[in-house]
Design a protein around this ligand. Structure first.
Ligand SMILES: [Zn+2]
Ligand SMILES: [Zn+2]
Length: 221
């Protein structure tokens, strides 16, 4: 909660520099896709028209704290930028954000340990709620009690929604649970260590897996 709160505060600070009406001719502050290193993964709420707002971001994985930790631990390497496309719609004090996050990573196979490339894709739907007044009341509380209907909501303050944490979370959610280069990966020979994906090593192995062999002893009636 402390992290969330400081995140909200940083939104508030950014919103402070955002005074007065946007000029009607003003271009969106978010640069279009393909402009290279995007640092503004933000939605400026007043730019959401009655038709909604479509945005695209392309961000360097190094901009995301938790992803950098995963890279440093050798859990993955990023082979592409984090690409986000989304549509934001404003409904009263809420902003509904739907979109996709995609990238490509190299992951070490849990069986053969070889790094293989895989695409990560995540579709998300998030509700951001502007809760200016309540934030003032709870400003010095570490824990904020949420009503059940608020659990899937993310609160923002001011006129800017920072999507960095949400995008990072979507990337993490997109990682496969079973990290195998292929379902058929045979991994190394338990006796000689040879990569069985490249052919048989000639070691003799029991024909049936011991787990299945033990099932034979069950007396099914
Ligand atoms: Zn493998
Ligand atoms: Zn072998």
């Amino acid at each position: 909660m402390v992290i969330l709160f400081s995140f909200l505060m940083s939104c508030a600070i950014m919103a402070d520099s955002y005074i007065g009406d946007e000029p009607a001719t003003g271009l969106p502050m978010v640069a279009p896709a393909g402009m290279g290193g995007m640092k503004m993964m933000h939605i400026h709420v007043e730019q959401i028209t009655a038709d909604g707002l479509d945005l695209r971001f392309e961000a360097d994985p190094q901009k995301f704290e938790v992803l950098v930790e995963m890279i440093d631990r050798g859990e993955c390497e990023f082979l592409a930028p984090i690409k986000t496309s989304l549509r934001a719609v404003r409904i009263a004090d809420r902003v509904e954000v739907k979109g996709d996050v995609r990238t490509a990573v190299g992951l070490p196979c849990a069986r053969c340990l070889k790094v293989f490339e895989t695409a990560l894709n995540s579709h998300f739907a998030l509700t951001y709620t502007n809760r200016r007044e309540e934030m003032e009341i709870t400003a010095d509380q570490d824990e904020v009690e949420l009503r059940p209907e608020e659990i899937n909501r993310i609160f923002f303050q001011g006129e800017t929604i920072n999507l960095q944490d949400a995008i990072q979370e979507q990337v993490i959610l997109a990682f496969p649970i079973r990290v195998l280069c292929s379902e058929a990966c045979r991994g190394p020979c338990p006796q000689c260590g040879a990569d069985l994906n490249e052919g048989d090593c000639g070691c003799s192995r029991p024909l049936s897996d011991s787990r299945f062999a033990s099932l034979k002893n069950f007396n099914l009636k």
